[in-house]
Design a protein around this ligand. Structure first.
Ligand code: 0PR
Length: 374
Protein backbone atom coordinates (compact mmCIF):
# COMPACT_ATOMS: atom_id res chain seq x y z
CA UNK A 1 0.00 0.00 0.00
CA UNK A 2 1.31 3.43 -0.87
CA UNK A 3 1.51 6.19 1.78
CA UNK A 4 -0.74 8.62 -0.09
CA UNK A 5 -3.86 7.44 -1.88
CA UNK A 6 -4.38 7.94 -5.63
CA UNK A 7 -7.31 9.67 -7.27
CA UNK A 8 -10.43 7.56 -7.84
CA UNK A 9 -10.04 8.17 -11.56
CA UNK A 10 -6.52 6.76 -11.54
CA UNK A 11 -7.58 3.76 -9.48
CA UNK A 12 -10.53 3.01 -11.75
CA UNK A 13 -8.46 3.30 -14.88
CA UNK A 14 -5.88 0.91 -13.39
CA UNK A 15 -8.67 -1.52 -12.49
CA UNK A 16 -10.04 -1.31 -16.03
CA UNK A 17 -6.65 -2.23 -17.40
CA UNK A 18 -6.25 -5.13 -15.01
CA UNK A 19 -9.75 -6.37 -15.73
CA UNK A 20 -8.68 -6.97 -19.32
CA UNK A 21 -6.62 -9.88 -17.92
CA UNK A 22 -9.84 -11.63 -16.83
CA UNK A 23 -11.73 -13.75 -19.31
CA UNK A 24 -15.34 -12.76 -20.01
CA UNK A 25 -18.19 -15.24 -20.24
CA UNK A 26 -19.65 -13.17 -23.10
CA UNK A 27 -16.73 -14.08 -25.36
CA UNK A 28 -18.04 -17.64 -25.44
CA UNK A 29 -14.54 -19.07 -25.00
CA UNK A 30 -15.05 -20.31 -21.43
CA UNK A 31 -16.15 -23.91 -21.94
CA UNK A 32 -14.77 -25.31 -18.68
CA UNK A 33 -16.73 -23.47 -16.02
CA UNK A 34 -19.66 -24.48 -13.86
CA UNK A 35 -20.26 -20.81 -13.12
CA UNK A 36 -21.71 -18.48 -15.69
CA UNK A 37 -22.48 -14.85 -16.37
CA UNK A 38 -24.95 -13.94 -13.64
CA UNK A 39 -28.40 -12.96 -14.85
CA UNK A 40 -28.59 -9.13 -15.36
CA UNK A 41 -31.03 -8.81 -12.43
CA UNK A 42 -28.47 -10.53 -10.18
CA UNK A 43 -26.06 -7.66 -10.73
CA UNK A 44 -28.66 -5.04 -9.82
CA UNK A 45 -29.77 -6.93 -6.72
CA UNK A 46 -26.15 -7.51 -5.67
CA UNK A 47 -25.43 -3.79 -5.85
CA UNK A 48 -28.49 -2.97 -3.72
CA UNK A 49 -27.42 -5.32 -0.91
CA UNK A 50 -23.72 -4.72 -1.34
CA UNK A 51 -23.20 -3.74 2.35
CA UNK A 52 -25.16 -6.47 4.00
CA UNK A 53 -23.69 -9.14 6.27
CA UNK A 54 -25.68 -12.27 7.00
CA UNK A 55 -23.17 -13.10 9.71
CA UNK A 56 -25.01 -10.64 11.99
CA UNK A 57 -28.43 -10.95 10.51
CA UNK A 58 -30.24 -8.93 13.19
CA UNK A 59 -28.66 -5.90 11.57
CA UNK A 60 -29.80 -6.96 8.12
CA UNK A 61 -33.29 -8.38 8.61
CA UNK A 62 -34.23 -7.72 4.99
CA UNK A 63 -31.27 -9.71 3.71
CA UNK A 64 -32.07 -12.47 6.21
CA UNK A 65 -35.61 -12.60 4.84
CA UNK A 66 -34.25 -12.96 1.30
CA UNK A 67 -32.00 -15.83 2.36
CA UNK A 68 -34.93 -17.55 4.05
CA UNK A 69 -37.11 -17.18 0.97
CA UNK A 70 -34.39 -18.48 -1.36
CA UNK A 71 -33.96 -21.52 0.89
CA UNK A 72 -37.75 -22.04 0.93
CA UNK A 73 -37.82 -21.92 -2.87
CA UNK A 74 -35.01 -24.46 -3.04
CA UNK A 75 -36.74 -26.67 -0.47
CA UNK A 76 -39.96 -26.69 -2.53
CA UNK A 77 -38.00 -27.35 -5.72
CA UNK A 78 -36.24 -30.30 -4.09
CA UNK A 79 -39.44 -31.69 -2.53
CA UNK A 80 -38.36 -31.01 1.06
CA UNK A 81 -41.56 -30.04 2.89
CA UNK A 82 -39.77 -29.42 6.19
CA UNK A 83 -36.30 -28.82 4.80
CA UNK A 84 -34.19 -25.96 6.13
CA UNK A 85 -30.74 -24.62 5.49
CA UNK A 86 -28.52 -21.73 4.51
CA UNK A 87 -26.84 -19.94 1.68
CA UNK A 88 -23.13 -20.51 2.08
CA UNK A 89 -19.94 -19.67 0.23
CA UNK A 90 -20.29 -22.52 -2.26
CA UNK A 91 -20.58 -26.25 -2.76
CA UNK A 92 -17.47 -26.90 -0.70
CA UNK A 93 -18.91 -25.31 2.43
CA UNK A 94 -22.31 -26.91 1.81
CA UNK A 95 -20.76 -30.37 1.60
CA UNK A 96 -18.67 -29.58 4.68
CA UNK A 97 -21.76 -28.71 6.74
CA UNK A 98 -23.55 -31.87 5.61
CA UNK A 99 -20.69 -34.12 6.66
CA UNK A 100 -20.21 -32.16 9.88
CA UNK A 101 -23.85 -32.89 10.76
CA UNK A 102 -23.49 -36.56 9.79
CA UNK A 103 -20.32 -36.94 11.85
CA UNK A 104 -21.81 -35.22 14.89
CA UNK A 105 -25.01 -37.25 14.70
CA UNK A 106 -23.10 -40.54 14.53
CA UNK A 107 -20.58 -39.86 17.33
CA UNK A 108 -18.23 -42.59 16.15
CA UNK A 109 -14.60 -42.67 17.29
CA UNK A 110 -13.07 -43.45 13.88
CA UNK A 111 -15.57 -42.02 11.44
CA UNK A 112 -15.59 -42.97 7.76
CA UNK A 113 -17.52 -41.64 4.79
CA UNK A 114 -18.24 -43.60 1.63
CA UNK A 115 -17.68 -41.52 -1.49
CA UNK A 116 -18.07 -42.35 -5.17
CA UNK A 117 -14.70 -42.33 -6.99
CA UNK A 118 -16.20 -39.43 -8.95
CA UNK A 119 -16.95 -37.29 -5.86
CA UNK A 120 -15.87 -33.66 -6.14
CA UNK A 121 -12.40 -32.88 -4.80
CA UNK A 122 -13.95 -30.71 -2.10
CA UNK A 123 -14.60 -33.93 -0.15
CA UNK A 124 -10.85 -34.43 0.16
CA UNK A 125 -10.55 -31.07 1.93
CA UNK A 126 -13.57 -31.89 4.08
CA UNK A 127 -12.28 -35.31 5.16
CA UNK A 128 -9.04 -33.65 6.08
CA UNK A 129 -10.76 -30.96 8.17
CA UNK A 130 -13.27 -33.25 9.86
CA UNK A 131 -10.84 -36.15 10.40
CA UNK A 132 -13.06 -38.44 8.34
CA UNK A 133 -11.57 -41.42 6.55
CA UNK A 134 -12.69 -41.39 2.91
CA UNK A 135 -13.64 -44.83 1.56
CA UNK A 136 -14.04 -44.78 -2.21
CA UNK A 137 -16.60 -46.85 -4.11
CA UNK A 138 -15.98 -47.69 -7.76
CA UNK A 139 -18.12 -46.58 -10.68
CA UNK A 140 -20.09 -48.67 -13.16
CA UNK A 141 -19.63 -48.53 -16.93
CA UNK A 142 -21.75 -45.34 -17.16
CA UNK A 143 -19.60 -43.58 -14.53
CA UNK A 144 -22.25 -43.77 -11.80
CA UNK A 145 -21.34 -45.16 -8.42
CA UNK A 146 -21.86 -48.90 -8.08
CA UNK A 147 -24.48 -49.03 -5.34
CA UNK A 148 -23.84 -52.65 -4.39
CA UNK A 149 -20.19 -51.75 -3.78
CA UNK A 150 -21.36 -48.83 -1.58
CA UNK A 151 -23.50 -51.26 0.43
CA UNK A 152 -20.60 -53.68 0.84
CA UNK A 153 -18.31 -50.89 2.07
CA UNK A 154 -20.65 -49.82 4.89
CA UNK A 155 -19.11 -50.66 8.26
CA UNK A 156 -19.71 -49.81 11.92
CA UNK A 157 -17.57 -46.71 11.34
CA UNK A 158 -19.62 -45.33 8.44
CA UNK A 159 -21.16 -41.96 9.33
CA UNK A 160 -22.44 -41.13 5.84
CA UNK A 161 -22.67 -42.16 2.24
CA UNK A 162 -22.54 -39.57 -0.52
CA UNK A 163 -24.04 -39.56 -3.99
CA UNK A 164 -23.56 -36.90 -6.67
CA UNK A 165 -26.33 -35.54 -8.86
CA UNK A 166 -24.24 -34.06 -11.65
CA UNK A 167 -20.55 -34.88 -11.25
CA UNK A 168 -18.10 -32.07 -11.95
CA UNK A 169 -16.16 -34.04 -14.53
CA UNK A 170 -18.83 -35.85 -16.55
CA UNK A 171 -22.19 -34.56 -15.33
CA UNK A 172 -23.15 -38.10 -14.31
CA UNK A 173 -25.97 -38.66 -11.85
CA UNK A 174 -25.43 -41.45 -9.33
CA UNK A 175 -28.31 -43.89 -8.67
CA UNK A 176 -29.56 -41.85 -5.71
CA UNK A 177 -32.75 -43.94 -5.50
CA UNK A 178 -30.68 -47.08 -4.90
CA UNK A 179 -28.42 -45.26 -2.41
CA UNK A 180 -31.55 -44.04 -0.62
CA UNK A 181 -32.84 -47.60 -0.22
CA UNK A 182 -29.46 -48.71 1.12
CA UNK A 183 -29.33 -45.74 3.51
CA UNK A 184 -32.76 -46.62 4.88
CA UNK A 185 -32.02 -50.31 5.17
CA UNK A 186 -28.71 -49.74 6.94
CA UNK A 187 -29.73 -46.67 8.93
CA UNK A 188 -26.95 -44.56 7.40
CA UNK A 189 -26.99 -40.83 6.60
CA UNK A 190 -27.17 -40.07 2.84
CA UNK A 191 -25.95 -36.72 1.52
CA UNK A 192 -26.53 -35.72 -2.10
CA UNK A 193 -24.08 -33.34 -3.74
CA UNK A 194 -26.32 -31.63 -6.29
CA UNK A 195 -24.18 -28.46 -6.33
CA UNK A 196 -24.50 -28.44 -10.12
CA UNK A 197 -27.44 -30.74 -10.93
CA UNK A 198 -29.80 -29.38 -8.27
CA UNK A 199 -30.75 -26.44 -10.47
CA UNK A 200 -30.68 -28.46 -13.70
CA UNK A 201 -32.53 -31.73 -13.08
CA UNK A 202 -35.83 -30.20 -11.82
CA UNK A 203 -36.04 -28.17 -15.05
CA UNK A 204 -35.17 -30.90 -17.56
CA UNK A 205 -37.82 -31.37 -20.24
CA UNK A 206 -37.87 -35.16 -19.65
CA UNK A 207 -35.94 -38.08 -18.12
CA UNK A 208 -35.33 -36.46 -14.73
CA UNK A 209 -33.19 -38.80 -12.66
CA UNK A 210 -34.48 -39.09 -9.06
CA UNK A 211 -32.22 -37.35 -6.55
CA UNK A 212 -34.20 -35.16 -4.13
CA UNK A 213 -36.01 -35.35 -0.77
CA UNK A 214 -38.76 -37.43 -2.37
CA UNK A 215 -36.33 -40.27 -1.76
CA UNK A 216 -36.76 -41.11 1.90
CA UNK A 217 -33.13 -41.84 2.68
CA UNK A 218 -31.83 -38.44 1.50
CA UNK A 219 -30.91 -36.38 4.58
CA UNK A 220 -29.24 -33.34 3.00
CA UNK A 221 -28.65 -31.79 -0.40
CA UNK A 222 -26.05 -29.32 -1.68
CA UNK A 223 -27.47 -27.03 -4.38
CA UNK A 224 -25.61 -23.95 -5.59
CA UNK A 225 -27.39 -20.89 -6.99
CA UNK A 226 -24.00 -19.57 -8.19
CA UNK A 227 -23.72 -22.38 -10.72
CA UNK A 228 -26.80 -23.06 -12.87
CA UNK A 229 -28.86 -20.68 -10.70
CA UNK A 230 -27.20 -17.73 -12.46
CA UNK A 231 -26.75 -15.92 -9.12
CA UNK A 232 -23.63 -13.99 -8.13
CA UNK A 233 -20.76 -15.74 -6.37
CA UNK A 234 -20.79 -16.60 -3.36
CA UNK A 235 -24.13 -18.40 -3.34
CA UNK A 236 -23.88 -22.06 -2.42
CA UNK A 237 -26.75 -23.83 -0.70
CA UNK A 238 -27.20 -26.55 1.91
CA UNK A 239 -30.58 -28.00 2.80
CA UNK A 240 -31.33 -30.53 5.53
CA UNK A 241 -34.47 -32.62 5.21
CA UNK A 242 -35.24 -32.07 8.87
CA UNK A 243 -34.62 -28.64 10.45
CA UNK A 244 -33.68 -30.41 13.71
CA UNK A 245 -30.45 -31.49 12.05
CA UNK A 246 -29.27 -27.88 12.24
CA UNK A 247 -28.62 -28.44 15.96
CA UNK A 248 -25.65 -30.59 15.00
CA UNK A 249 -23.87 -27.76 13.20
CA UNK A 250 -24.65 -24.78 15.40
CA UNK A 251 -22.20 -22.61 17.29
CA UNK A 252 -23.11 -20.09 19.97
CA UNK A 253 -22.34 -16.47 19.09
CA UNK A 254 -22.41 -14.78 22.51
CA UNK A 255 -22.51 -11.09 21.56
CA UNK A 256 -24.07 -10.90 18.07
CA UNK A 257 -27.64 -10.10 17.13
CA UNK A 258 -28.00 -13.82 16.35
CA UNK A 259 -27.72 -16.38 19.17
CA UNK A 260 -26.23 -19.03 16.90
CA UNK A 261 -24.41 -19.40 13.61
CA UNK A 262 -24.85 -22.49 11.51
CA UNK A 263 -22.47 -21.75 8.66
CA UNK A 264 -18.71 -22.25 8.67
CA UNK A 265 -18.06 -18.78 7.27
CA UNK A 266 -18.93 -16.04 9.79
CA UNK A 267 -19.20 -12.78 7.91
CA UNK A 268 -21.04 -13.60 4.68
CA UNK A 269 -22.55 -11.42 2.04
CA UNK A 270 -26.28 -10.81 1.84
CA UNK A 271 -25.71 -9.52 -1.69
CA UNK A 272 -25.42 -13.07 -3.04
CA UNK A 273 -28.72 -13.94 -1.34
CA UNK A 274 -30.34 -10.89 -2.93
CA UNK A 275 -28.97 -11.90 -6.32
CA UNK A 276 -30.34 -15.44 -6.01
CA UNK A 277 -33.71 -14.13 -4.81
CA UNK A 278 -33.93 -11.73 -7.75
CA UNK A 279 -33.05 -14.39 -10.33
CA UNK A 280 -35.53 -16.90 -8.87
CA UNK A 281 -38.28 -14.30 -8.94
CA UNK A 282 -37.52 -12.94 -12.41
CA UNK A 283 -37.17 -16.34 -14.06
CA UNK A 284 -39.66 -18.47 -12.15
CA UNK A 285 -39.91 -22.16 -12.99
CA UNK A 286 -40.73 -21.44 -16.63
CA UNK A 287 -37.71 -19.17 -17.01
CA UNK A 288 -35.41 -21.82 -15.60
CA UNK A 289 -37.00 -24.44 -17.86
CA UNK A 290 -36.10 -22.24 -20.83
CA UNK A 291 -32.51 -21.66 -19.61
CA UNK A 292 -31.95 -25.37 -18.96
CA UNK A 293 -33.79 -26.39 -22.14
CA UNK A 294 -31.46 -24.17 -24.22
CA UNK A 295 -28.38 -25.60 -22.50
CA UNK A 296 -29.60 -29.14 -23.21
CA UNK A 297 -30.27 -28.27 -26.89
CA UNK A 298 -26.76 -26.83 -27.21
CA UNK A 299 -25.33 -29.88 -25.45
CA UNK A 300 -26.96 -32.10 -28.05
CA UNK A 301 -25.70 -29.90 -30.87
CA UNK A 302 -22.15 -30.19 -29.52
CA UNK A 303 -22.41 -33.93 -28.86
CA UNK A 304 -23.74 -34.60 -32.37
CA UNK A 305 -21.05 -32.40 -33.92
CA UNK A 306 -18.31 -34.23 -32.04
CA UNK A 307 -19.64 -37.62 -33.11
CA UNK A 308 -19.80 -36.44 -36.73
CA UNK A 309 -16.19 -35.30 -36.45
CA UNK A 310 -15.28 -38.84 -35.35
CA UNK A 311 -14.54 -37.87 -31.75
CA UNK A 312 -16.16 -40.41 -29.43
CA UNK A 313 -17.96 -39.27 -26.29
CA UNK A 314 -16.89 -40.79 -22.99
CA UNK A 315 -20.55 -41.20 -22.10
CA UNK A 316 -23.88 -39.96 -23.48
CA UNK A 317 -24.59 -36.69 -21.60
CA UNK A 318 -27.26 -36.78 -18.89
CA UNK A 319 -26.92 -33.07 -18.10
CA UNK A 320 -25.18 -30.19 -19.91
CA UNK A 321 -21.67 -31.62 -19.66
CA UNK A 322 -19.93 -33.23 -22.65
CA UNK A 323 -16.73 -35.27 -22.46
CA UNK A 324 -14.93 -36.59 -25.54
CA UNK A 325 -11.68 -38.17 -26.65
CA UNK A 326 -9.36 -38.19 -29.60
CA UNK A 327 -6.47 -40.51 -30.47
CA UNK A 328 -4.23 -38.04 -28.66
CA UNK A 329 -6.60 -36.17 -26.38
CA UNK A 330 -4.09 -34.25 -24.32
CA UNK A 331 -2.38 -32.90 -27.43
CA UNK A 332 -5.73 -31.86 -28.88
CA UNK A 333 -6.60 -30.09 -25.62
CA UNK A 334 -3.36 -28.12 -25.84
CA UNK A 335 -4.05 -27.15 -29.46
CA UNK A 336 -7.55 -25.97 -28.56
CA UNK A 337 -6.15 -23.93 -25.71
CA UNK A 338 -3.67 -22.44 -28.12
CA UNK A 339 -6.62 -21.27 -30.21
CA UNK A 340 -8.10 -19.50 -27.21
CA UNK A 341 -10.63 -22.09 -26.03
CA UNK A 342 -10.80 -22.68 -22.30
CA UNK A 343 -11.57 -26.38 -22.03
CA UNK A 344 -10.67 -28.87 -19.29
CA UNK A 345 -8.47 -31.87 -19.89
CA UNK A 346 -9.39 -34.54 -17.34
CA UNK A 347 -6.42 -36.90 -16.93
CA UNK A 348 -8.40 -39.51 -14.98
CA UNK A 349 -10.66 -40.19 -17.96
CA UNK A 350 -8.22 -38.94 -20.61
CA UNK A 351 -10.93 -36.68 -21.99
CA UNK A 352 -11.74 -33.10 -22.85
CA UNK A 353 -14.69 -31.83 -20.85
CA UNK A 354 -17.04 -29.04 -21.81
CA UNK A 355 -19.75 -27.55 -19.61
CA UNK A 356 -22.50 -26.04 -21.75
CA UNK A 357 -23.52 -23.19 -19.45
CA UNK A 358 -26.05 -20.46 -20.31
CA UNK A 359 -23.26 -18.18 -21.61
CA UNK A 360 -22.30 -20.81 -24.20
CA UNK A 361 -24.48 -20.02 -27.22
CA UNK A 362 -25.18 -21.94 -30.41
CA UNK A 363 -22.78 -19.70 -32.37
CA UNK A 364 -19.95 -20.44 -29.92
CA UNK A 365 -20.51 -24.17 -30.36
CA UNK A 366 -20.49 -23.85 -34.15
CA UNK A 367 -17.24 -21.84 -33.92
CA UNK A 368 -15.73 -24.44 -31.62
CA UNK A 369 -16.73 -27.33 -33.90
CA UNK A 370 -15.32 -25.64 -36.99
CA UNK A 371 -12.08 -24.84 -35.15
CA UNK A 372 -11.92 -28.48 -34.09
CA UNK A 373 -12.39 -29.58 -37.70
CA UNK A 374 -9.48 -27.35 -38.71
N1 0PR B 1 -19.69 -30.36 -5.82
C1 0PR B 1 -19.75 -30.41 -7.15
C2 0PR B 1 -20.51 -31.51 -7.81
C3 0PR B 1 -19.11 -29.42 -7.91
O1 0PR B 1 -19.19 -29.46 -9.24
C4 0PR B 1 -18.41 -28.39 -7.24
C5 0PR B 1 -17.67 -27.33 -8.00
C6 0PR B 1 -18.39 -28.37 -5.83
C7 0PR B 1 -19.04 -29.38 -5.15
C8 0PR B 1 -17.69 -27.30 -5.05
O2 0PR B 1 -18.34 -26.09 -5.23
P1 0PR B 1 -17.63 -24.67 -4.98
O3 0PR B 1 -16.51 -24.56 -5.97
O4 0PR B 1 -18.73 -23.71 -5.17
O5 0PR B 1 -17.14 -24.70 -3.58
N2 0PR B 1 -17.70 -27.43 -9.36
C9 0PR B 1 -16.86 -26.67 -10.24
C10 0PR B 1 -15.66 -27.52 -10.61
O6 0PR B 1 -14.88 -27.91 -9.75
C11 0PR B 1 -16.41 -25.35 -9.68
C12 0PR B 1 -15.86 -24.47 -10.72
C13 0PR B 1 -16.62 -23.45 -11.25
C14 0PR B 1 -14.58 -24.65 -11.22
C15 0PR B 1 -16.11 -22.60 -12.21
C16 0PR B 1 -14.07 -23.82 -12.21
C17 0PR B 1 -14.83 -22.80 -12.71
O7 0PR B 1 -14.34 -21.96 -13.69
O8 0PR B 1 -15.51 -27.78 -11.81
Amino acid sequence: MQLKGSSRKAVLSELKKIRELDQRYDDGKILCSMCTKPHPIAKKAYRMFFESNLGDSGLFSGSAQLEKEVMQDLAVLLQGKNAAGFLVSGGTEANLLALLAARNIAEIAQPEVILPESAHFSFKKICNLLCLKPVYARLDSSFRVDSSEVENLISNNTVAIVGTAGTAELGAVDPIDELSKIAKRKGVYLHVDAAFGGLVIPFLPKDKPPFDFNLEGVQSITVDPHKMGMAAIAAGGILFKDAKRLNYIKTETPYLTDKFQYTFVGTRTGAAAASAWAVFNVLGVEGFQKVVGDCIKNTKLLADGLKKAGLPLVVEPTLNVVAFRDRETKGLAEKLRGRGWFISYVPHYDCIRIVVMPHVKKRHIMDFLSDLER
